[in-house]
Design a protein around this ligand. Structure first.
Ligand SMILES: C[S@@+](CC[C@H](N)C(=O)[O-])C[C@H]1O[C@@H](n2cnc3c(N)ncnc32)[C@H](O)[C@@H]1O
Ligand SMILES: [Zn+2]
Length: 433
């Protein structure tokens, strides 16, 4: 069987420390035989969840826990291994999965990973829920020099297909940060004339698509791009009514969450057993559980067991010193209208300095990665352009992966851009898809 390396990377076995510390749990139980204890209480549920072959694989993975002699660590180890394993079983079930692609992505090195290909084809072949964060800006609808779309509807249709696959590939209870600007143009459906130009609220259209695909729209940062470089829309030479409209000087940074309702049973973070019952959902798409182990270390006053969800495990398990976000970044992003400079790409002679049409500034992936991922996780930009997201991911100790369609056109400038921005020791690995 293919070695499964894409990890559902909960921060180490001690990762549950905070969840448990928050509850002031310190088990006084004897660690000897505690793993056996978990297994005997959970056996029935493990058998429901996994086939015999899968169970054997799982038991061999948790064998090392027998040698741990601290009950808290035994519980954390078991819970983490279980979550990882249940995720892997689910990941393997994409019928379009491509083994080469899987091995390329999951190979554990710190290289920047370039996948040359079409985002739809590549995503389609990736494992379910195998990426921890996505951050991107889509190709421009009206970038006439390399756009394939005859009208707005065609463009949005293509984007929807890609967003559907992105939803499947993004891990559960994780985030997609999507940068898009509203543009001044026409749709090429009802009109092609300049007089038909109007504000096309692409941000709004994309929100609708994301929501229909299953994402939850959570927030919209308005990126204030300041004074625009070009004056071309001002129509200064025609200073009369009906000829004036403002230039684009803002873009959206849309924040979407994925909450797929997952009925997979998860172990109680307190006692580690799978003797838990599903509760009514506290939020749409989020299954919560209640511990039914009468011997669990904490019970409420009314003798109810611990309640928890996978989302709370993910969001709280990483609250340790190594994951504290730099306070300057938190302060910088406190307001939802935020000003930082766009990348200047055209010099005074009108030459394109970067060899690429539309890089976004590092501020965008820097926020996304700091706010919505843990170190060592997999960060994907499906429209990678100059690979800004992957470069920043790498700088922040994550694995940066990008998909880019236009190899012929951009390869040289992309490689030069990456080499300029990262440590010479970091490798670039490439896959043609
Ligand atoms: C707006 S740019 C992304 C810029 C990027 N955020 C950066 O900082 O450089 C969009 C990129 O998507 C690429 N692209 C367009 N269609 C694509 C597709 N179907 N699959 C993958 N990449 C695509 C374009 O070549 C372009 O480089
Ligand atoms: Zn319990």
């Amino acid at each position: 069987m293919l070695a499964q390396k894409i990890k559902y990377r909960l921060p180490k076995d001690e990762g549950l420390g905070k969840v448990r510390n928050n509850l002031f749990i310190k088990s006084k139980l004897n660690p000897k035989n505690y793993l056996k204890n978990i297994l005997s209480i959970s056996e029935k549920y493990l058998e429901q969840q996994f086939t015999n072959g899968q169970l054997e694989e799982f038991y061999s993975r948790i064998k090392y826990i027998e040698n741990i002699n601290n009950t808290d660590k035994i519980i954390a180890g078991f819970v983490n291994q279980y979550i990882l394993f249940a995720k892997e079983i689910y990941q393997r079930s994409n019928k379009h999965r491509d083994k080469n692609l899987f091995e390329f992505i999951s190979k554990e090195d710190s290289s920047i990973k370039i996948i040359w290909g079409d985002a739809y084809n590549v995503l389609k072949s990736m494992d379910h829920e195998s990426i921890h964060l996505m951050v991107t800006s889509p190709p421009y609808y009206n970038a006439r020099d390399y756009s394939n779309w005859s009208n707005l509807e065609e463009y949005l249709k293509d984007m929807r297909k890609i967003i559907e696959e992105a939803y499947r590939v993004l891990d559960n209870h994780r985030v997609f940060v999507f940068n898009v600007g509203d543009i001044f143009d026409n749709d090429n459906i009802k009109t092609k004339s300049v007089w038909g130009n109007r504000r096309l609220p692409l941000g709004a259209y994309f929100i609708k698509i994301f929501e229909e695909v299953g994402f939850t729209f959570v927030d919209d940062f308005i990126w204030d791009k300041g004074e625009v470089q070009s004056e071309r829309h001002k129509n200064g030479s025609t200073p009369y009514p009906f000829y004036q409209y403002p230039m684009n000087c803002y873009e959206h940074l849309l924040i979407f969450h994925k909450h797929r309702l997952d009925k997979t049973r998860f172990p109680c973070p307190v006692c580690g057993t799978l003797k838990v019952n599903g509760n009514t959902q506290s939020e749409v798409g989020i299954q919560s559980w209640e511990c039914k182990n009468e011997k669990c270390f904490i019970r409420s006053k009314s003798n109810r067991g611990k309640r928890f969800s996978l989302k709370s495990i993910i969001t709280q398990a990483g609250q340790n010193d190594s994951n504290v976000i730099n306070l300057d970044i938190i302060k910088k992003w406190r307001r939802d209208i935020i000003k930082f400079s766009p990348v200047i790409k055209i010099n005074s002679k009108g030459e394109n300095l970067l060899g690429h049409t539309a890089p976004f500034p590092e501020d965008i992936p820097e926020m996304a990665i700091n706010f919505f991922s843990y170190p060592n996780e997999l960060i994907l930009d499906p429209f990678a352009g100059s690979f800004t997201s992957a470069i920043v991911a790498n700088k922040l100790g994550r694995i940066g992966i990008g998909i880019e369609l236009n190899k012929e056109r951009f390869k040289k400038s992309i490689i030069a851009n990456i080499n300029k921005k990262i440590d010479a020791k970091i490798k670039i690995t490439e896959l043609d898809y």
